[in-house]
Write a protein that binds this ligand. Sequence first.
Ligand SMILES: Cc1cc2nc3c(=O)[nH]c(=O)nc-3n(C[C@H](O)[C@H](O)[C@H](O)COP(=O)(O)OP(=O)(O)OC[C@H]3O[C@@H](n4cnc5c(N)ncnc54)[C@H](O)[C@@H]3O)c2cc1C
Length: 266
Amino acid sequence: MNSGLRIIVLIKQVPDIGKVKFNVEEGRIDRSSASLETNPFDLNALETAIQFKEHIGGYVTVVSMGPPQAESSLRDALARGADRAILLTDKFFAGADTLATSYTLATAIRKIGFFDLIICGEKTVDGDTGQVGPEVAEHLNIPHVAYVCEIRSATLDRLLVVSDMGDKYLIEVKLPALITVTKDINTPRLPTLRNVLKAKKANIEVWSADDLADYGELCRFGLQGSMTTVFKIVFPSEEGRRGLIFHGEDAVEKLVEVLRERGFIA
Ligand SMILES: Cc1cc2nc3c(=O)[nH]c(=O)nc-3n(C[C@H](O)[C@H](O)[C@H](O)COP(=O)(O)OP(=O)(O)OC[C@H]3O[C@@H](n4cnc5c(N)ncnc54)[C@H](O)[C@@H]3O)c2cc1C
């Protein structure tokens, strides 16, 4: 392993959110209804890690919890420059809410055993809670900074970052720590064809619940470790834009009348 920052990037495979269908009765996403891709914000997280590796040295491990097909996102991460990939997949992990998801990821990180920095996307495009990153940091009892949009400086023991929470904050954080990044932090690189071919043959480590048994409590994984339940999925009605067109010589008077009726003018 190189000297430098030991970085773990958490990546989630998500369905194409423009096409995916929802199973309203069962309160879940029908993941088979759309093609799968890496959560876009997680590509920014990976790019951040690769840039650290290029500038101050390091070793990048990517971890994903999901069904076996999430392997393709991990291969893509290897093609973009990650050094090691671990897939957490097991029926015991299924049905996890954010608490169980973050607990499982934190348990896997304990098994990895060493890290200076964990990088997550600010949120996913399907679950969209933005909870998993900060929760992982809490499970591991390390500091975190969310919504990082800029890295001002980095050394092997601390980062100076800008966090964008509507207002921008300049924050120094001592490592080991976790950051979640926004899409403004960088533009993710595309993998080269050579690296894509290399990544096709690369080893992806697959860990099951049993593999994590010495590092966490099995009852806190998946559905049994989830404190929340989806009762119902509701689609809010979308009201499209509406327009009125006034014709004739009295068009302006009619417009003024409508604006007055609706309280826009006195
Ligand atoms: C009650 C409940 C039941 C659910 N049941 C199911 C279910 O049966 N099946 C199902 O697929 N989903 C289920 N979900 C959704 C699932 O909990 C979330 O997708 C998951 O917890 C991640 O939350 P999020 O997508 O909001 O991530 P966010 O918190 O928005 O993600 C932030 C960042 O955390 C990291 N991250 C998040 N998830 C992962 C992951 N899995 N692996 C690696 N990194 C990750 C990424 O870096 C990501 O950018 C359920 C959710 C709830 C609330």
